[in-house]
Write a protein that binds this ligand. Structure first.
Ligand code: HSE
Length: 439
């Protein structure tokens, strides 16, 4: 068998320990598939003494992880530190500079600096691979770059954050509250170091920006992803959606929008009402699912565990196997499927003209005239209401929930209706708007 592929592992959190376990458990199988053994030579993390449940005594320890980039006994640096900037980015830049290939699970870094790193890796003719950065164990990047490479992707959407999906589906199943279920997701190792990245939609937006670039050949544009999280969703919203025949899921959507004759990139992460009979309605727990609609392949559905040590380690090691086989990452080494110089700079699309049905939930004062005020704003903005319900009767001076579903219409009309209601003393807090996921 050929010489081993030597790797340095930076970061020994959930995923790092998972990579060590996987390479140990599946060593023979990985070597046969890769054509040579994959061997860890050096490791680095914040705390050398912490018990991670894996034996690290056989690897060289580096206190300064950046030093791993220069080690002659390292072919590939595996960056599992996280964070868009800071040590992870320094290490990534250095690794490429020293002619090492880079494998990373760092979606924030790739969403923000992926083009710079890809360009550097193309020049250095080393591989840059980040399958583990998107949707955990699901080979969706491989699926798009390789399996669906012959297609123009018309639309891409899916469930891209395991923590949010776990929280929403567990709230749905158990009636437990948000904070309690978030704590469980953190204990299971799904959540980001800063869980606000999960629940505010940022993590899903990072992943969507990466997938958009690969699917549409456009330069990554994280800043233009319209992002809303799940923190405002209550048990009452979930019950109301259920009564209407929907579940609530955080969905990322991207497509090229030709409205106005000029192609623009639409990217949004927002909780949606998903009809019971849609495949994404059955995606529960920390599972992720991505739908890509190819112009020749038709609808492709990628589904699997989107977070956790095993699935993410599986994606990291798959990238290492590709590198061991000699794959730089696409034709002439293009991490985003086409070379950075060929990627298109596409302006972000507005959303006002988009046609859709919306769920709008208000918390309102329970007094005469409030419904009339809300429906008048809808009328004045040209929003047609399909159904409307008020839940319960408030104690003296309390608030009640009013939820409505609109007929299909331009999103700008809903925005205008809410603008008309802005500042009304009938409303307690900001209304919650969620789109209904169409076909
Ligand atoms: N925090 C992420 C999630 C982990 O919940 O999906 C995987 O990227």
């Amino acid at each position: 068998m050929a010489e081993p592929l030597n790797i340095a592992l930076a970061g020994l959190g959930t995923v790092g320990a998972g990579v060590i376990r996987l390479l140990d458990a599946n060593a023979a199988l990985v070597a046969r598939r890769a054509g040579r053994p994959i061997r860890i030579t050096a490791i680095s993390a914040r705390d050398r003494t912490k018990d991670r449940g894996v034996d690290i005594s056989g690897y060289a320890w580096e206190d300064d992880m950046t030093a791993m980039a220069a080690r002659p006994d390292v072919d590939v640096v595996v960056e599992l530190v996280g964070g868009a900037d800071g040590p992870a980015l320094t290490l990534a830049r250095n690794a490429i500079l020293h002619g090492k290939s880079l494998v990373t699970a760092n979606k924030a870094m790739i969403a923000h600096h992926g083009l710079e790193l890809a360009e550097a890796s193309e020049k250095a003719r080393v591989a840059l691979k980040f399958e583990a950065a998107v949707a955990g164990g699901i080979p969706v990047i491989k699926g798009l770059r390789e399996g669906a490479a012959a297609n123009r992707i018309e639309r891409l959407y899916g469930i891209l954050n395991g923590t949010c999906n776990f929280i929403l589906s567990t709230m749905e199943d158990t009636g437990r509250d948000f904070a309690d279920v978030l704590a469980e997701a953190q204990a299971k190792g799904y959540a980001e170091a800063d869980p606000s990245f999960d629940v505010e939609g940022t993590d899903a937006a990072h992943k969507l920006a990466i997938l958009s670039a690969i699917a549409f050949g456009t330069r990554t544009d994280f800043a233009s992803v319209e992002t809303a999280g799940i923190t405002a969703i209550t048990a009452a919203d979930i019950a109301q959606a259920d009564a209407l025949g929907y579940v609530i899921r955080l969905i990322g959507i991207a497509e090229v929008d030709d409205h106005g004759g000029m192609p623009r990139l639409f990217q949004r992460v927002q909780p949606h009402l998903v009809p019971f009979d849609h495949p994404l309605a059955h995606v529960d727990g920390a599972t992720n699912a991505v739908v890509a609609e190819g112009n020749f392949s038709g609808r492709l559905l990628f589904q699997g565990a989107g977070a956790g040590d095993g699935p993410t380690a599986s994606a990291v090691v798959a990238d290492l196997i590709d590198i061991a086989r000699g794959d730089l990452g696409g034709e002439a080494g293009a991490p985003f499927s086409i070379q950075v110089a060929e990627m298109e700079e596409m302006a972000p699309a507005a959303s006002g003209h988009r046609l859709g049905r919306a769920y709008i939930r208000f918390l309102v004062a329970d007094r005469p005239g409030v419904l009339a005020e809300i429906t008048a704003a809808m009328r004045d903005a040209g929003v047609s209401i399909e159904s409307l319900i008020q839940k319960g009767r408030a104690e003296e001076g309390g608030t009640v929930m009013v939820a409505m579903v609109t007929h299909e219409g331009p999103e700008a009309r809903v925005t205008e209706a809410l603008r008309l209601l802005d500042g009304s003393d009938a409303l307690a807090g900001r209304p919650l708007v969620m789109q209904l996921l169409g076909e």
